[in-house]
Ligand binder design. Structure first.
Ligand SMILES: *[C@@H]1O[C@H](CO)[C@@H](O)[C@H](O)[C@H]1NC(C)=O
Ligand SMILES: *[C@@H]1O[C@H](CO)[C@@H](O)[C@H](O)[C@H]1NC(C)=O
Ligand SMILES: *[C@@H]1O[C@H](CO)[C@@H](O)[C@H](O)[C@H]1NC(C)=O
Ligand SMILES: *[C@@H]1O[C@H](CO)[C@@H](O)[C@H](O)[C@H]1NC(C)=O
Ligand SMILES: *[C@@H]1O[C@H](CO)[C@@H](O)[C@H](O)[C@H]1NC(C)=O
Ligand SMILES: *[C@@H]1O[C@H](CO)[C@@H](O)[C@H](O)[C@H]1NC(C)=O
Ligand SMILES: *[C@@H]1O[C@H](CO)[C@@H](O)[C@H](O)[C@H]1NC(C)=O
Ligand SMILES: *[C@@H]1O[C@H](CO)[C@@H](O)[C@H](O)[C@H]1NC(C)=O
Ligand SMILES: *[C@@H]1O[C@H](CO)[C@@H](O)[C@H](O)[C@H]1NC(C)=O
Ligand SMILES: *[C@@H]1O[C@H](CO)[C@@H](O)[C@H](O)[C@H]1NC(C)=O
Ligand SMILES: *[C@@H]1O[C@H](CO)[C@@H](O)[C@H](O)[C@H]1NC(C)=O
Ligand SMILES: *[C@@H]1O[C@H](CO)[C@@H](O)[C@H](O)[C@H]1NC(C)=O
Length: 713
């Protein structure tokens, strides 16, 4: 999913002359003649089919002249030319009687709750040129008329409805000779695409069929669409290769087939024919081969998406000639070589460069640092080495930087350079800088807009650095898998925006500070509604976050050397979804207050020296899906009457003094509860668990991301 995708091209491509003509018609005074009785009757018949008319009836019944009615436009002769009733919460069916309005040009019923079908009478009307019924709940098969009478229809937008079944065949489309724009995206059409759109509709300029279930090959006949500028059939199940004939449609400006099962290579001699191409999206298919040299001939190219394919080889130097490029998305392929061949300094308009998960090597080319408009740069999961170069601080617009999982060195240098990019909100640089020291306090400054910081998996030595204390917008902090020592500093509580803290697997010592129990965002509070420039991947490619706020509220202090007791004040962190204090040297009892953390889905206190009994009230934590208190020194009964009864033996293991039905040590007969009661209650709580699981389907996902391997890009 690429949020920026293809937007500017579509904006440019509304059907200008047509719309202009309509605007002129609509703009003229329409009161010269009032409407005739027959047209009025047709409109009332339309109204009669609505079960919810958004107060139209009031307006319409109060006035004799239908030309003055809300949503109705007439011409000089008092004949209805437009029915414009978008976004009126209309429900019910679309009446075929609209087809009796003999001078009707324009129907816009977009964004309502209309159901049923699209009456054939409208599509085959002798007058209507624009039908927009997008964003409704229309269903059934799309029926076109087989009448051969002249049909002037130019624009048909049936997108975002519930239409199903096979798309009408080529011969049915044949009568729509004037069709300019067809948008049937976001329905549930199945079967093959019609083979010959443009022998019948030679004026077709926009064809959008994305988000359906079309299968089979791309019909070569599309190549006859000499006027076609926009072709979007992404998110279907198309297979086979791009037919050579397709490239005869040389007016194409936007060619978009993401997320299908297409394969084959990109043939240079084909692509050069598309000299008007501004956006190419072939992402998430199975294309192989190299990017052809001739790509340099596509001088108007602004957006290039070839992500998530099996493409390989070096990026051709000719890419330098596509000087209009704004977005380059090549992540998740097998591209390799040094990037040095491409002179990025020519690509002055570039805003997004995403090369994540390839096999690029060498140094990060300094020519990238001349792209002064660059907003998002993602080079993570490649084989880049060396240090960041000084020029990076010229990227004043840079907001998102992800260079994790390479072999970069000198983190001190990296942070000193990055701090002057004032607009940085996301920095993901983990899995680099192995065994270096965490940079000293006084030299790092800046980062005042930082929201997300990941310096995980670097085996860094040193302490949690003081410069973090100045990051007042920091929401997410990943420092896990390093070798940081010393205590959690008290200033942590001044980080008013921080809601995801992972400092696990370090060598931190001391007690869990009271300051940590004061974190405002862990106590309550809404995360800011910000959006990542690129979706952030987590745990390989399995989880994708579009916004920082989609991350859960997490405190992970596991695998350190913390001592002392779990503070009673932990109960203040009411917003926590996951609390991990495992594998430390914590002692004393499990505080009762933990049982009030009602949002908890993950609670891991395993591998400590906790003693005393298990608080009964932990059973109140109905959302808990992962629970572990194994390897402590707990004693007494395991309270199995609620949520705790749903967890396996491994959650309780290694506490010799614990007893209960799920551990080896069954409670002595004098103390034991009757087994039958335990098991019924247990199954009862399983039902509760199943229900909560159904509601919070993200549980498994959360568990994975917290417990299993963590990697970002
Ligand atoms: C009006 O439309 C209805 C429904 O399509 C049709 O049955 C009827 O014959 C039409 N009447 C006229 C006068 O065209
Ligand atoms: C229909 O109305 C909606 C909302 O005003 C508008 O966005 C859309 O462009 C209109 N459709 C056409 C074809 O003009
Ligand atoms: C429906 O599609 C037409 C043609 O592409 C377009 O002009 C119109 O704005 C679209 N309607 C909406 C609501 O987007
Ligand atoms: C087609 O409709 C969808 C919404 O249903 C819209 O997002 C898209 O921009 C439209 N495409 C064109 C080319 O107008
Ligand atoms: C598809 O249609 C639904 C319902 O109108 C809408 O919520 C959704 O955003 C649309 N999706 C796309 C990709 O246009
Ligand atoms: C991708 O294409 C290759 C041939 O290039 C083929 O061997 C492989 O099975 C395809 N993979 C999928 C998932 O279709
Ligand atoms: C870019 O275009 C120029 C002028 O057309 C040409 O001379 C040059 O060889 C091209 N460069 C690359 C790298 O393709
Ligand atoms: C990537 O390319 C290399 C050779 O350049 C090949 O050995 C490797 O198998 C390829 N990897 C994938 C996932 O295709
Ligand atoms: C930095 O971000 C702000 C706020 O998002 C924006 O207004 C400004 O233009 C950006 N600066 C640059 C140099 O891009
Ligand atoms: C790391 O960067 C710092 C600051 O730029 C520099 O002083 C130092 O010499 C660099 N260290 C190495 C090993 O290159
Ligand atoms: C904890 O401290 C002990 C010594 O007290 C040391 O052996 C151990 O490696 C430390 N563990 C961690 C995770 O730092
Ligand atoms: C738990 O351990 C602490 C020492 O860490 C001790 O003071 C306390 O008495 C113990 N409590 C129980 C119930 O054994």
């Amino acid at each position: 999913m690429q949020p920026l995708k293809l937007s500017y091209v579509t904006r440019k491509l509304h059907i200008p002359s047509l719309v202009l003509a309509l605007v002129l018609l609509i703009g003229l005074p329409s009161t010269t003649r009032s409407c005739n009785q027959q047209e009025k009757t047709s409109l009332f018949q339309f109204l009669a089919e609505l079960t919810q008319d958004g107060d139209l009836a009031t307006s319409w019944h109060n006035n004799k002249d239908c030309c003055t009615w809300e949503g109705i436009t007439c011409n000089m002769d008092g004949r209805v030319t437009a029915v414009s009733l978008a976004s009126r919460s209309l429900q019910g069916h679309i009446s075929p009687f609209l087809g009796n309005l003999t001078e009707l040009l324009h129907i816009n019923l977009s964004n309502n709750l209309l159901s049923g079908g699209l009456p054939k009478e409208l599509v085959s009307s002798g007058s209507i040129i624009v039908i927009d019924i997008s964003f409704n709940r229309l269903d059934g098969e799309l029926q076109l008329s087989s009448s051969t009478a002249y049909q002037p229809l130019k624009v048909l937008n049936i997108s975002s409805n519930l239409f199903t079944g096979q798309f009408p065949s080529s011969s049915t489309w044949e009568v729509l000779k004037n069709l300019v724009a067809l948008n049937a995206s976001n329905n549930s059409f199945t079967g093959q695409l019609p083979t010959h759109f443009c022998t019948s509709s030679p004026s077709l300029a926009i064809l959008e069929l994305s988000y359906n279930q079309f299968s089979g090959n791309i019909p070569p006949g599309l190549g006859r669409c000499s006027m076609l500028r926009v072709l979007k059939i992404g998110h279907n199940s198309l297979s086979g290769t791009l037919p050579g004939e397709l490239f005869d449609a040389t007016s194409l400006e936007l060619l978009s087939f993401p997320r299908n099962d297409l394969q084959g290579t990109l043939e240079g001699q084909n692509f050069v024919k598309l000299s008007n191409l501004a956006a190419l999206d072939l992402g998430e298919n199975n294309f192989s081969g190299k990017i052809p040299e001739s790509i340099g001939n596509l001088r108007r190219l602004k957006e290039l998406y070839l992500n998530d394919n099996n493409m390989y080889g070096e990026l051709p130097s000719t890419l330098t000639n596509c000087t209009d490029l704004i977005i380059i998305g090549l992540k998740c392929n097998n591209f390799s070589g040094e990037l040095a061949k491409v002179n990025f300094s020519n690509l002055a308009k570039l805003k997004t460069l995403d090369l994540m998960q390839n096999r690029f090597s060498g140094k990060i080319p300094e020519s990238i640092y001349s792209c002064s408009n660059l907003n998002a740069l993602r080079l993570s999961s490649n084989n880049f080495h060396g240090q960041l170069a000084k020029g990076l601080d010229k990227l004043k617009s840079l907001s998102f930087l992800s260079i994790g999982k390479n072999s970069l060195t000198n983190i001190t240098n990296a942070l000193q350079i990055l701090r002057s990019s004032k607009n940085l909100t996301t920095i993901l640089i983990g899995h680099n800088f192995i065994h270096e020291p965490m940079p000293e306090d006084d030299i790092i400054d800046g980062f005042e807009n930082l929201r997300v910081l990941a310096i995980n998996d670097c085996s860094l030595s040193g302490q949690i650095p003081q410069w973090l204390s100045k990051l007042k917008y920091l929401g997410i902090l990943f420092l896990h898998n390093n070798r940081l020592a010393g205590p959690i500093p008290d200033w942590i509580s001044s980080l008013n925006s921080l809601f995801y803290i992972d400092i696990s697997n370090n060598s931190l010592t001391g007690e869990i500070p009271a300051a940590l129990m004061q974190m405002p965002m862990l106590k309550s509070g809404k995360t800011a509604p910000e959006v990542f420039e690129l979706p952030v991947y987590y745990k390989g490619l399995q989880l994708q976050y579009l916004t920082p706020g989609a991350f859960p509220k997490v405190l992970n202090l596991g695998m350190n050397n913390f001592t002392g007791v779990i503070p009673e004040e932990i109960g203040q962190l009411q917003a926590l979804l996951s609390l991990n204090l495992s594998s430390n040297k914590l002692s004393g009892e499990i505080p009762q207050s933990i049982c009030t953390l009602m949002s908890l889905q993950v609670l891991d206190l395993s591998n400590n020296h906790l003693n005393g009994t298990i608080p009964d009230a932990l059973n109140n934590l109905h959302f808990l899906s992962k629970f572990n208190i194994s390897n402590n020194d707990l004693e007494g009964h395991i309270p199995t009457r609620g949520q705790l009864g749903t967890f396996p033996e491994s959650s309780f293991d290694g506490n010799p003094k614990l007893c209960g039905p799920m551990v080896e040590n069954h409670c002595g007969s004098a103390e034991a509860r009757p087994v039958s009661i335990v098991s019924t209650k247990q199954s009862g709580s399983k039902v509760i668990f199943a229900i909560t699981f159904g509601v919070f389907f993200g549980l498994g996902v959360l568990y994975d991301q917290i417990v299993l391997s963590r990697y970002f890009g």
